[in-house]
Design a protein around this ligand. Structure first.
Ligand code: GLU
Length: 301
């Protein structure tokens, strides 16, 4: 089957060097296998969207020589799809409504796992109405979820013990990233997901959800995070500086080095699309170092 990869930035701010690394790795992984490379704007969490950020991201990607296949998919146009699959899970008894807030769980003193509060199944059998409540995936019958990452190797999590029933739609009707990403990857026929290692744990949630929805799982490749001088993951939240349109080739070369590749010095003076051509022709994911993924973080639900 032809390879389909994607880059899926959230428009909560401009691209920074860490996002450039993820874009470059997913691009090279798809294009080096003569695959398609899609662009998806993950604006499902509408209150966190920064006005103008999506257009800026497209503009930045073009300035760095990236070209994607087909139209850009915006998650904000896909709410009907998410609703369809959520209702399917509810109807099958795989999901349930929950009246617990983050605060009430904190007051209850619930334990924390790698992705935040471990949900203690309070509402699993309450049969609450979905209206005005959050919806969670019932993980009761799930045991360990494992996958083999192309960089980090075998990764396994016991979801009921370390995460619990996770949120698919919030009480304010915002669909969770987990549901959106799984539905979109399936409907866009994405079969190779390349993204930052901060999402390794999240992948186990996605695989369980794929199984519940009868979707096949893509292959996964997580790339090492870029940390700032203090050892903290570069992100919009930690104030990483946006990529600039000067020295695009040099920034791409630095991203390639982060990914374990040794680009020729002469490429510094080339156009960014020429660097991308070199990168695609010389791409070897075996070279990517499995640097510790120390800053795992929960995607806000
Ligand atoms: N939208 C996520 C981010 O910007 C990436 C999600 C993914 O690639 O699955 O961090």
């Amino acid at each position: 089957m032809p390879v389909t990869g994607r880059f899926a930035p959230s428009p909560s701010g401009p691209l920074h060097f860490g996002s450039l690394v993820a874009a470059l790795a997913s691009f090279c992984q798809a294009r080096s296998q003569q695959g398609r490379w899609l662009l998806r704007i993950e604006d499902v969490d509408t209150p966190r969207v920064v006005s103008g950020a999506a257009d800026q991201i497209l503009h930045d990607l073009e300035a760095f020589g990236f070209s994607w296949d087909g139209p850009v998919l915006y998650q904000s146009d896909q709410f009907e799809r998410y609703r369809y699959y959520l209702e399917k899970l509810l109807a099958e008894g795989s999901a349930f409504a929950c009246e617990c807030s983050r605060r009430s769980l904190r007051e209850q003193g619930v334990d924390s796992g790698p992705l935040g509060q471990i949900y203690p199944a309070n509402c699993r059998h309450k049969n609450l109405s979905p209206e005005g409540h959050s919806i969670r995936l019932n993980t009761e019958s799930a045991t360990s979820v494992a996958f083999v990452d192309q960089v980090y190797g075998r990764f396994e999590m016991n979801l009921p013990a370390t995460v619990g029933d996770f949120v698919l739609r919030r009480a304010d009707n915002i669909y969770a990233y987990h549901l959106a990403v799984v539905v979109d990857d399936e409907l866009q026929a994405v079969n190779e997901v390349v993204r930052g290692a901060d999402l390794l744990e999240n992948t186990c949630l996605h695989i369980l959800l794929q199984q519940r929805l009868g979707f096949s799982s893509p292959r996964y490749l997580h790339v090492p995070l870029v940390n700032n001088a203090l050892g903290v993951k570069l992100s919009k939240q930690t104030g990483a500086s946006p990529i600039d349109h000067e020295n695009t080739a040099r920034q791409l070369l630095a991203a390639l080095e982060h990914l374990g590749h040794s680009p020729e010095a002469g490429l510094r003076n080339c156009r960014p699309d020429e660097v991308l051509d070199w990168a695609t022709a010389n791409w070897n994911p075996v070279r990517i170092p499995a640097l510790p993924a120390t800053s795992a973080e929960a995607i806000e639900d």
